[in-house]
Design a protein around this ligand. Structure first.
Ligand code: FES
Ligand SMILES: [Fe+2]
Length: 446
């Protein structure tokens, strides 16, 4: 439990040896000692709408079934997706709905929604068989908890509880009420690079000046980092008003605080479709239209108020425990160790999840969600869109495509004999350093 949000801190452990990226033994160690022991953000609670709904969460060679077992929010079971007869995966599809039992498609054994053995086809064949122990034929369960509108699972029976795992992140992020948000989109990119290349490109903002050049000049912005146990945060700071590309494609400099904030938020709206949605854009436009002599120091409070009004005007509910102080203390980007990253705003959140590919260390599965707040019944119907490779993603989100333009080159470059290791920025890449420190705790025992 914490009352104080983390604050930026300088990190002097700045060197990550190349082996931590390039050595297949590191991936093998992660497979054994990391992934089976962490809390996995497996699916949205809203994916399990009615009893019988299930999601299969895949991680490397494992598949875990998460099943809604009853009407209550806590009526969720998780167990390995494997029949105890001959080991067939019980469900091949990523999601679906089952009746009171799940039948294996190989020989028809049936299990309850909790994963307990229900019936064996022609069970009388086993009569008087001394080696047959029916009590040992339920499917091993997996721990399951809920937070932030997500269902989390952990394959380690000894793991700390999710609350403790999330630590300060849980308290600082609580006022956003992610459980009330619904997806605007869910895009999955099958990325041909190691999972850490993606995770580390999205947990720091130091790259913004050089990488994100299409509509805002970020060279003057700085993104100091802080750590919260295994998790990391980056904040956003800037000096002066942004230069931005106007409607005619010309670079201009914002003249007022209102114009500066509007230009930045409009850029997110149009190139990312996340973090600034319709209410946030409307609020930013109102701020831009304030008289030029408005007090710049009052703009933060005004923006907060306009956001609240626009969210409520849309019929959605404003998160009731949020305050302006809590909002501005949150920071921009939270890396929830090891493979989930969230950028929350009043409007919603941009949320990432990165999973290593099962067969190829130079590939990963990168999920990208944009979340928003909606009036009941106004939520968009969202299907998971899957893109195989960076080229297939072209035209989806210009902002992210700027990030993706580096990914293959980073993955390739880090394999060079000429790469000794990463030399991190102690102010703006403490998040990367902290990530490796926490990874070493799991895989190296130090
Ligand atoms: S493997 Fe499932 S019933 Fe035979
Ligand atoms: Fe980026």
């Amino acid at each position: 439990m914490t009352d104080m949000p983390p604050i930026p801190t300088r990190v002097d452990d700045i060197f990550i040896p190349a082996e931590e990226y390039g050595d297949p033994a590191v991936d093998a160690a992660e497979r054994e000692r990391l992934w089976p022991k962490i809390w996995h953000m497996a699916c949205r609670q809203s994916d399990l709408e009615v009893p019988g709904d299930f999601v299969a969460h895949e991680i490397l060679d494992e598949s875990v079934l998460i099943v809604r077992t009853g009407e209550g929010d806590d009526d969720i079971a998780a167990f390995y997706n494997v029949c105890q007869h001959r080991g067939r995966r019980l469900r091949d599809e990523p999601k679906g709905r089952v009746g009171p039992t799940l039948a294996c498609r190989f020989h028809g054994w049936q299990y309850t929604r909790e994963g307990e053995l229900h019936s064996i086809y022609m069970e009388d064949d086993w009569t008087d068989c001394p080696a047959f122990d029916r009590d040992k034929l339920s499917i091993p369960s997996v721990r399951v908890e809920r937070w932030g509108g997500w269902v989390w699972i952990n394959m380690d029976p000894e793991a700390e509880a999710l609350d403790s795992w999330l630590g300060a992140a849980r308290d600082v992020l609580a006022p956003f009420h992610f459980d009330e948000m619904r997806p605007v989109f869910w895009k999955t990119l099958l990325a041909p690079v190691n999972w850490k290349v993606i995770a580390e490109a999205f947990n720091e903002g130091y790259h913004s000046g050089a990488t994100h050049t299409c509509g805002i000049n970020y060279w003057a912005s700085r993104s100091p980092t802080a750590t919260a146990g295994r998790h990391s945060i980056f904040f956003s700071e800037g000096e002066g008003f942004s230069e931005y590309r106007n409607e005619e494609g010309k670079w201009v400099k914002a003249q007022t605080m209102g114009e500066h904030i509007w230009a930045n938020n409009r850029h997110l709206y149009s190139t990312l479709h996340a973090m600034t949605l319709d209410p946030g854009l409307a609020a930013s436009e109102r701020l831009r239209d304030m008289p030029a002599d408005s007090d710049p120091a009052a703009m933060g409070a005004l923006l907060y108020q306009f956001n609240r009004e626009e969210i409520e005007k849309s019929g959605a509910s404003f998160p009731e425990t949020m305050t302006m102080e809590k909002l501005y203390a949150t920071g921009t980007d939270w890396h929830l160790f090891p493979n989930s990253i969230v950028l929350p705003t009043l409007d919603g959140a941009l949320w990432y999840r990165i999973r290593p590919d099962r067969h190829n260390r130079d590939a990963c599965i990168f999920d990208i969600w944009s979340f928003g707040r909606f009036a009941a019944g106004k939520e968009p119907k969202v299907e998971n869109e899957i893109f195989d490779g960076f080229e297939a993603f072209a035209g989806q989100c210009e902002f992210l495509e700027e990030d993706f333009a580096n990914m293959q080159a980073v993955n390739d470059g880090m394999k060079s004999r000429g790469f000794r290791g990463a030399t991190l920025n102690p102010v703006q890449e403490g998040s990367v350093s902290n990530f490796h420190r926490a990874l070493r705790e799991f895989i190296g025992g130090d």
